[in-house]
Write a protein that binds this ligand. Sequence first.
Ligand SMILES: [Zn+2]
Ligand SMILES: [Zn+2]
Length: 323
Amino acid sequence: MAVDVLVAPGIRRIAVPLPLALKIVNVYLVEGANGWGLVDTGLHTSEGERVLRDGIADAGIDIADIQRVFVTHVHPDHMGMAGTLQSAGAELVMHSPEAQNARVLWGEDRSLLVDQAYGFFLEHGMPSKVDDDMKESWLAMARRVDAFGAITEVENGSLLDLGGRSLRVVWTPGHTDYHACLVDEDAGVLFAGDHVLPRITSNISLYPWSREDPLGDFLDALRAVRALDVTRVLPAHGDPFDDLGGRIDELLEHHRERLAKVVDIVDGRERAAYAICRDLFPVLRSAHEERFALAETLAHLRYLERRGTVREIPGEPILWRMR
Ligand SMILES: [Zn+2]
Ligand SMILES: [Zn+2]
């Protein structure tokens, strides 16, 4: 598949392949007055590493010329090759609380978190067979993330220097708790990570360790980003696009519709989140998709619960009903 390489002045897109339904993650190579930086890194597969190295070489530089790498969020398709770039000499930078989560999620005690998540999913009615498959697919994904060293932490609202360009760090919670975008305010360019995507909607998940209301966070963060002066959007999946406001309006409408659908499904019958999830997402092709679908359903239920529309009934499994 041919993709445009030069996506904004001085910014190249490297389309790194993924062994997932989501076929590609975009890594952006940024040239500034004093050097080079990278936004996101790709999942570490041999094919992914080859494409990343070729993309960097196409710009006439070597991987060792990259001074800084900013990772928008902890997910393996974004963080995967951060350690490889770090070994080549780049400084790894993340939004401060997301960096702290990265150390936990990809650290030694990762399997404790996975167990905690699956305990939570079982309470919400997921069959244990699905649970075992999901756990395996999660741990398999973790093997595609490099070990990484020190992470330089930056705060929300601060300016990050990437090769001599000044980029604003903007906290955009929802997809992960402390996901951050970068904005080049002079050029009107948004490095959107997984916060605003052109063709698909970002997965919004509730996990036991999540902030209280990830969907509420996400919708607020979409409205906040809509107010930015941006004319070029560089998403982590899909092609770059220009109409940020139009896309955000579609996403807000999508979630309004999905929330209404959840209310329809729950109305009149008490059900576990897993049963609601199977109605909401009739076609799920893998354990990986099933996990995301259940966590997304839970995020919508939590949003409705916090606004007094539905409530949780303790039990085994936990059920949901209209308030
Ligand atoms: Zn993500
Ligand atoms: Zn992603």
